[in-house]
Design a protein around this ligand. Structure first.
Ligand code: SF4
Length: 449
């Protein structure tokens, strides 16, 4: 059975590809370039496949572009129900956002939630910092069907007021220390878990680089900001498990996409059963904010990590739904192998990645070439080889370094590479036979061991 996620792509996030991103390293940021909107709708359909319980297939169609299939491995996470949405266990990756209005401004907050809901938000988070916010949220709930998450900050006891009206409680372990300092954090988490259980809520343990549990921070070198976050997250998971409360997910957010990648990768190595909510915090304005987030998501989702995402953007309230559009667009691109950083999907089969293309493309023949490469190399489908096809000289050279074979396209020539080694530049009509020669050699070398 197919589970459909539909998204209409409006103005595409500007493709600042730019970043020379071998293995997800952000080397530089190019100036933003805007390009026209995609035509037509896009959909991703996911078909859970029973392969070790952790694989599923994604079929992507983007506008008038070709349909492609990439099989993405998914970690075998638990299923966590958040209102009408379910994350984990191979379910489609949910896309979330958060309101930026004053919660007590009920009309504005409802309007923004509805805007996000119409844009396809699976879950919407609302901050509650005071009893007045909590009272407002009770009213807000009556005016929307969106799945709501309450973002509890320091005053964790507000949970009992809002839990009957929301679908998930998010708490930050680093904030539990501020109120009732004499009380152990375990008592506070047990209180939250009891409330969540009583009111049919999921929970998120939201660890943030800017507010890590001080007891964890002081154990480590200040230069190591990731290990304290992980220790805090793992500790809270263990404690929730010990309470028999497993309806939770975890987030590990930082403003540095490389830290987001490392933190989530290390977390998932130890707790591949816990669903992860991915996000780069304070990512900033589009297009840079989208690019930073995209890099992290490409590297994590391609490795089976991530069950729900948020693209955090600094945009006016009237444009908040761009977070949802950007999230859907990134997911669609990853599903179709259109990536801006080098991505190894970790599959035992041929992996062809091509950039999503942008105004930097110097010869439109690149689009056809990407398709022709896919068709010509079909005979090698059972070999674990990565071929990268990139559309320009700005980013193509750096982003093909880690592929077994790389093509980057100039105005009249296509440059062929074997790893970082340049093999020469060839006319567009001569590149395919040359690529085939090299592919045959790579296959022969792999077969020979
Ligand atoms: S053409 Fe492709 S590789 Fe070049 S900047 Fe645009 S998206 Fe990136």
């Amino acid at each position: 059975m197919y589970v459909a996620i539909s998204a209409t792509i409006g103005a595409m996030d500007p493709p600042v590809c730019g970043s020379g991103l071998p293995n997800g390293r952000l080397l530089s940021t190019m100036p933003p370039v805007r390009e026209g909107p995609f035509e037509g709708p896009s959909t991703i359909r996911t078909e859970p496949a029973v392969v070790g319980g952790s694989l599923f297939a994604v079929v992507g169609r983007l506008g008038n572009l070709r349909e492609e299939t990439v099989e993405l491995r998914r970690n075998p996470t638990r299923s966590v129900k958040i209102g009408s949405a379910t994350i984990g266990a191979g379910n489609p990756i949910a896309v979330q956002s958060m309101t930026a209005t004053h919660t007590q401004d009920i009309d504005a907050t409802v309007a923004q939630i509805e805007d996000l809901y119409r844009a396809g938000a699976d879950v919407v988070r609302v901050a509650v910092d005071s009893t007045k916010d909590a009272a407002a949220l009770v009213e807000i709930r009556k005016q929307t069907k969106a799945n709501l998450v309450v973002d509890l900050q320091e005053n964790y006891r507000l949970a009992e007021v809002v839990a009957p009206h929301v679908d998930k409680l998010r708490y930050n372990p680093g904030h539990l220390y501020h109120h009732e300092r004499e009380k152990p954090w375990q008592e506070k988490v047990k209180y939250l878990a009891d409330i969540a259980r009583e009111h049919d809520c999921a929970m998120r343990v939201g660890v943030n680089c800017g507010s890590v549990d001080p007891a964890k921070k002081e154990k480590y070198d200040p230069a190591d900001s990731i290990t304290p976050m992980l220790e805090s997250a793992w500790e809270h998971c263990d404690f929730l498990d010990s309470l028999g409360f497993t309806r939770y997910c975890v987030s590990l957010k930082d403003s540095d996409p490389m830290k987001v990648i490392e933190g989530n990768r290390r977390f998932a190595e130890k707790r591949s059963d816990v669903p992860l909510h991915l996000g780069v915090t304070e990512a900033g304005m589009p297009p840079d904010g989208i690019l930073k987030t995209r890099i992290a998501f490409e590297q994590l989702i391609s490795k089976g990590i991530g069950d729900t995402i948020r693209v955090s953007l600094t945009v006016p309230n009237s444009r908040k739904s761009e977070e949802i559009d950007a999230g859907r667009k990134i997911l669609a691109d990853i599903a179709a192998g259109r990536v801006r950083s080098f991505v190894d999907y970790g599959l035992p089969t041929l992996n062809i990645i091509s950039c999503p293309s942008c105004s930097r493309v110097e010869n439109e023949a690149f689009i056809d070439l990407a398709q022709q490469v896919k068709e010509m190399t079909a005979y090698a489908k059972d070999h674990a080889i990565t071929i990268a096809v990139m559309g320009c000289r700005v980013n193509g050279p750096g982003e093909t370094d880690d592929a077994d074979l790389g093509l980057w396209c100039g105005p009249s020539f296509v440059n062929l590479k074997k790893g970082p080694l340049e093999l020469g530049a060839f006319p567009y009509d001569a590149i395919l036979p040359r690529l085939k020669d090299e592919l045959d050699k790579v296959i022969a070398a792999k077969v020979a061991g």
